[in-house]
Design a protein around this ligand. Structure first.
Ligand code: PEP
Length: 254
């Protein structure tokens, strides 16, 4: 059985005081771990070290929200994978829709970052998902196919074992509109079948595929109860301890 993963993407939110308070509340809820649920938080870069200290001794895992693909050097403003590892983070969110659509990251750039993260021994949380116009034009599977084909180019089956995928329909991110459990399941099943076709059934069966898009404590359980939904990537609700803990508890209850 695949373990569930509940991941919080704090985006460009919190300050050092509120971040530490939030991280400590999540650490208290996560305790020393759960056999069926892992918990991950991804604060802004500048707070990674402080948050690593705040969650120390708990089972909460730490991730970054981005990275650069080059090794350390003359790349002003960028952050290398080795630096993320150095401060104790084990995950990196890549391909998030805000980086694709606001910061115009291409599939090719995301792929270079994916490879750098895997070569650096960290876990990429690789986000894919369609725009509303694409869903309405019945292009969801075509969009997912392109994002997966390009984003996972050159990634071997053994490397794939280190990847987490997050299906995040762009129209559901930060909008309060959640995909129905059936819509999420359909997209997740498509992603898993894509992985089986391009890698193997065994690799696809092991893959953690998270759903992201307005996940809240009151919809988390029915989304995560779907057979191909292995957890949640949570934005807004990960900033309120009670809501994020509610989502963790929903995963534990399944
Ligand atoms: C996200 O940013 O990954 C996300 C899913 O945001 P929200 O939960 O706020 O929709």
């Amino acid at each position: 059985m695949r373990k569930k993963l509940v991941a919080g993407n704090w985006k460009m939110n919190t300050d050092s005081k509120s971040g530490v308070e939030l991280a400590k509340a999540v650490a208290t809820a996560a305790g020393t771990g759960h056999d069926k649920v892992d918990v991950l938080i991804c604060p802004p870069f500048v707070y990674l070290t402080t948050i690593a200290q705040a969650i120390s001794g708990s089972a909460v895992k730490l991730g970054a929200q981005n990275c650069y693909f080059e090794k350390p050097g003359a790349f002003t403003g960028e952050t290398a994978v080795s630096m993320i590892k150095d401060v104790g983070a084990g995950y990196v969110i890549l391909g998030h829709s805000e980086r694709r659509h606001v910061l115009h990251e291409s599939d090719e750039l995301i792929n270079r970052k994916m490879i750098a993260v895997l070569e650096g021994g960290l876990v990429p949380v690789f986000c894919v998902g369609e725009l509303l116009s694409e869903r309405e034009g019945n292009k969801t599977e075509a969009v997912l196919n392109t994002q997966m084909e390009k984003g996972l180019a050159g990634i071997s089956e053994s490397q794939l074992g280190q990847v987490v995928i997050a299906y995040e329909p762009v129209w559901a991110i930060g909008t309060g509109k959640t995909a129905s459990p059936e819509q999420a399941e359909e997209a997740h099943a498509y992603i898993r079948s894509w992985l089986a076709k391009h890698y193997s059934q065994a690799a696809a069966d092991k893959m953690q595929i998270l759903y992201g898009g307005s996940v809240k404590p009151d919809n988390a359980k029915e989304l995560m109860a779907k057979p191909n939904v292995d957890g949640a990537l949570v934005g807004g609700a990960s900033l309120k301890a009670a809501d994020f803990v509610g989502i963790i508890d929903a995963a534990k209850s399944l």
